[in-house]
Every structure is written in structure tokens, then in C-alpha cells.
Design a protein around this ligand. Structure first.
Ligand code: DQA
Length: 143
């Protein structure tokens, strides 16, 4: 099984950005955690982060026929991007939406998720653990 862990804008700033909301661990720490978990579970993983909407669309398109599942934190583009929703719909790859913070308890504009309707599940408010839970869900789905 091969999965793609895709992160959107400002996720590279973890550890620096709003530590009260996102914690003090860095993006490098997140990658280490995900790679270690995938090794343990015998899953091939590719991790990619971009601050650019079109890059994320390109990466989703490139996953077609190559990737079995996507763990996706589109970050701020969650709340704005029809292009990202359409890309996930286009490839029909099982995708889990992940948010580090509990977006349901934050500002009104964070209550909207365009990508959600193309995802098999949403995990929010579980910190980095949410990424691992999403990997578990994709593994279940692939059985
Ligand atoms: C986020 C929540 C989004 O609202 C925000 O724009 C982010 C991170 C999260 O992981 O909690 O950048 O996706």
C-alpha cells in the first residue's frame, strides 16, 4: 500500500505558528512520526507540503493510478478551495481530511470545508495523532 500525506499552507510553520493552537512540535517532528508509523505498518509513504493551491492540485492529480490513499490537511484551503475539492473528486482516491486543531470549535469561517464532501472521513482536534488515525482508516478501507 502506498499513501500520500499532503499538507497545505503554513503547516511547514508548525512549532512557530500559534503554539497554543497547534502545539510546539515542528513539521519535521510530524514527518518523523508519520514515517516511523508507516515503517512499522509496512506502508510506503510520500509526504508533501505546499503553500500553493495549484501545487496541491498538481500533487493530487499526479497521485492518480499511483497512490492508494491520501491523508490530507489542506489547512486554510479547506475553507476556500473548490479546485482542491474537484481534484480529489477527479482522482477518486480514498482521502481522509485531517486537522490538527478542532476546527468545529473555532471561528465560523473554519466551519466550512469544501474538500469534506470528497473525503471518506474527517479527523480534527487530535493533534498529530489524527494523521496516524487517518492512516489506520485508509488501511482498513484497503482491506
Ligand atoms: C488546520 C485548521 C485550518 O483552519 C487552518 O487554516 C490551518 C490548520 C488544522 O490543522 O487545524 O492552517 O487545517
Amino acid at each position: 500500500m502506498k499513501i500520500l500525506v499532503l499538507n497545505g499552507p503554513n503547516i511547514n510553520m508548525l512549532g512557530i505558528r500559534e503554539p497554543d493552537t497547534y502545539g510546539k512540535a515542528t513539521y519535521a517532528n510530524l514527518l518523523e512520526l508519520i514515517r516511523g508509523y508507516c515503517e512499522e505498518k509496512n506502508i510506503e509513504v510520500e509526504c508533501y507540503q505546499s503553500n500553493h493551491e495549484g501545487d496541491l492540485v498538481d500533487k493530487i492529480q499526479a497521485a492518480y493510478g499511483v497512490i492508494d490513499g491520501i491523508v490530507f490537511n489542506p489547512a486554510a484551503y479547506t475553507h476556500t478551495s473548490v479546485a482542491i475539492l474537484d481534484a480529489v473528486k477527479a482522482v477518486s482516491i480514498p482521502t481522509v481530511e485531517v486537522h490538527i486543531s478542532d476546527v468545529s470549535k473555532r471561528e465560523d469561517f473554519r466551519q466550512v470545508s469544501f474538500v469534506r464532501q470528497a473525503c471518506i472521513a474527517t479527523i480534527a482536534g487530535r493533534g498529530f495523532q489524527g494523521y496516524l488515525d487517518a492512516i489506520d482508516l485508509l488501511m482498513e478501507q484497503a482491506k
